[in-house]
Design a protein around this ligand. Structure first.
Ligand code: SD4
Length: 331
């Protein structure tokens, strides 16, 4: 049963490091949001994503700048990282679990609060597209494991070996000690969470990851959990997370940030509050990283993290930029 199609039809790189923070200024006047005053300055289209994934934001921008919708921009943008074998935290080439199986998590959310997710799915290189199919072609929000994989084949996705030689070699090395450690900013944190606003002012978001390297078989983090790794409310904005997913789930981080923006906080203030909430719960524990990224309906953005090192990539009419995010713990 194509629930959502039945209910409604949705509307229709450069390599290099950019280090100068930018206050995006491609400003227009809002036409359609009841929450914005007529004279509110807004930035649109705009796309942001966790980390310096400039090829991903460039792809999303290609779609947004030619009048495409935010949902398509999100899907095609994050697919760039899913296909990049050098990114060992997303898609093909992702680090396997402790048994040597690469299992992928992803979710997507649109302007009408429709959402879809796949959890712990093997052998499919683009989980974001399967998540979108779950959203558009089924009456469900989440499909997990074998069921998700089987659904993907039914939808025409091909079976793909996700374990690259490099990731296999590293896993075999890890097996010698089998010691699980979170190495801040480096080993485990390159998940892509992306948020976009299109020319119509509609917001969508997506998040995709292979999760924590060498995790327990069956482990699922925050990234495919709507409200934790990603949340979008078309009236307010969106948020997404990267880092140790267990901590993001405990505070329902992305939903929290969107709710804080609803209460009047800027994206930056909301991300800071989200990180502070996690630090309060952890009472002095500091050996993990979380990065939050948020955007509001006006196209203002913010990012904040526990340890220095997190940044986010942004693309607007002004061009592409990487914003280093401020951190709770200073260098
Ligand atoms: C997870 N949040 O599975 C993800 C991992 C991550 O960059 O963000 N890696 O917990």
């Amino acid at each position: 049963m194509k629930r959502r199609k039945f209910l409604k039809k949705s509307s229709i790189g450069t390599a290099g490091v950019f280090s100068t923070p930018l206050i995006a200024s491609c400003q227009e006047t809002s036409k359609d949001s009841s929450l914005l005053n007529d004279d509110t300055k807004i930035t649109r289209p705009i796309v942001v994503c966790t980390w310096n994934f400039h090829n991903a934001t460039a792809k999303a921008w290609e779609i947004l700048s030619s009048g495409g919708n935010a949902l398509d921009a999100i899907e095609q943008g994050v697919m760039i990282e899913e296909a990049d074998t050098k990114n060992q935290t997303v898609g093909v080439g992702g680090r396997p679990d402790r048994d040597g199986n690469v299992t992928l998590d992803a979710c997507i959310m649109d302007k009408d609060s429709n959402c879809g997710a796949v959890l712990c799915m093997q052998n499919i290189s683009h989980p974001i597209s399967v998540a979108r199919k779950v959203m558009e072609e089924t009456p469900h929000v989440m499909l997990a494991g074998k069921g998700a994989e089987q659904f993907a084949y039914e939808q025409g996705f091909e079976k793909t070996n996700l374990l690259t030689e490099q990731s296999k070699k590293e896993w075999l090395d890890w097996k010698k000690t089998s010691k699980y450690e979170t190495i801040i900013n480096i080993e485990n944190h390159d998940t892509i969470g992306m948020l976009a606003i299109d020319e119509n002012g509609d917001i969508a978001g997506g998040c995709t990851t292979s999760g924590m390297g060498y995790k327990y078989a069956g482990r699922v983090g925050d990234s495919p959990i709507i409200g934790a790794g990603l949340f979008v409310d078309n009236e307010i904005g969106g948020a997404t997370a990267t880092g140790v997913g267990e901590e993001v789930v405990r505070t329902v981080g992305s939903f929290l940030i969107v709710e804080l923006m609803r209460q009047g906080k800027t994206p930056q203030e909301a991300c800071e509050e989200g990180v502070k909430r996690i630090m309060q719960k952890n009472k002095g524990r500091k050996d993990f990283q979380i990065g939050f990224l948020a955007i509001n309906k006006k196209g203002e953005t913010g990012g904040y993290c526990i340890h220095p090192g997190f940044s986010y990539s942004q693309y607007t009419k002004e061009g592409q930029i990487n914003h280093p995010a401020e951190s709770f713990i200073k260098a």
